[in-house]
Design a protein around this ligand. Sequence first.
Ligand SMILES: [Zn+2]
Length: 452
Amino acid sequence: MIRRSAAVAVRFLVLSVILQMVSENTYADAAPASMQVRNIRYYSGPDQTRVVLDLNRPCNYQVSERKDPDRIVIDIPSGRFSPGVKEVTVGDGVLARIRVNRLKKGAQVVLDLPRVPEYKYYTLGPNAVHPDRIVIDLKKSITKVERMEREARAEKVANSGDMIVIIDPGHGGSKPGTSSRNGLLEKTVALDISRKIKAAVDSYAGFRAVLTRSGDYDVSLADRIKIARSHGGCCFVSIHLNGAPSSRPRGSEIYYLSVEGARDENSVALEERENMILEMGEEGEVLNDDIEWILGDWGRKEAMSQSFALSQSIAGRLKGLRSVPFRGIKQGNFVILRNLQKPSVLVEVAFLTNRNDVSLMRKDKIKEEYAEAIAAGIVEYLLANPPEGSGISPAKMLTHTVSRGETLGLIAQRYGVTVSEICDLNGIQRSSTIRPGQKLRVIRKTVRSTGS
Ligand SMILES: [Zn+2]
């Protein structure tokens, strides 16, 4: 419905383009020719649409609102557009279209809107990945009913009786993270692997994964934590891809929270990079809301030791993969890990600055293998350390190697589980043939207490 009304708005606005060109083409300032708008990007998320103008250097600009039809106009009196910059149709219900007006003495960006929403704009200086920028955030208006529905959905997940695993694809939207030489972005690979981890976690009976983002859009740090809390997550696994100044380092690493103690130089550099990008979540975002969640000393120690156990469990699985070498468990003082009271780890899956790793990250089968290993590590950890009140008594996940003549029925009998449980756990059918030497995951004695 929203999309359709946006489309109508676009059609209507097409008719008014000429009028606008006349009314908005009024700048008389002399423009130094060197100031350029090099690119315009936008990202639609569930809560907002972000528009980013990439600039070659900081500039003066004005933002104004216009009516009939509704639009926001960004004027850069001394600016020009690079040749490739052109109009973009969005139509996401918040923003209909981004228009580019090449004025005689300036650059003008017009955001055509179904209606002017709550919005904010600001500039950002250059960093390792981005040049100078003007950012406009258009807030999606969510009705009370929609908000309540959203909360009810989260609550339903939280009360489902399943163990909820929060999978957090790093970065997203205007924050791509690190990238490979030929443009493979961390945010894209992280989301892809996170989706695969979710599928793998969901395939275990009694487990369910929730993603903190399901597309290419910005999610603030506070929102990532809110999603984890509202869905009743019992652990938090953030997925990232690594980068290094040299192309040599490769492999995966797991970080868990450290508040003190020696850390190697790499982890300090990484921490700075990841934190920079995470903290930038929303410009000037204050985490006051989260302060109540920051742990007291006791709680922090408890969460730290649990986070270490979780990282060990995932590491155990990653070590078994032949494709990507495992570099070890490290300590990091990441903001995202520090703000949660649940066991949380950050997995750097591979290096996008290494050619071998990049070619692996382009293969679906490898990413699946990787995701399944991470999921198995998480499930194993939660079974061995079930959260209080989950009604699950500690159990151990084992790997059973099939011997000659064994059937699924015999294996099930041996571990006191059902054939369907083995099938669920391994993603196989009851009718599947098993062969000697095949490895099967088995959970021994998962006891869900009958009490409340
Ligand atoms: Zn990252």
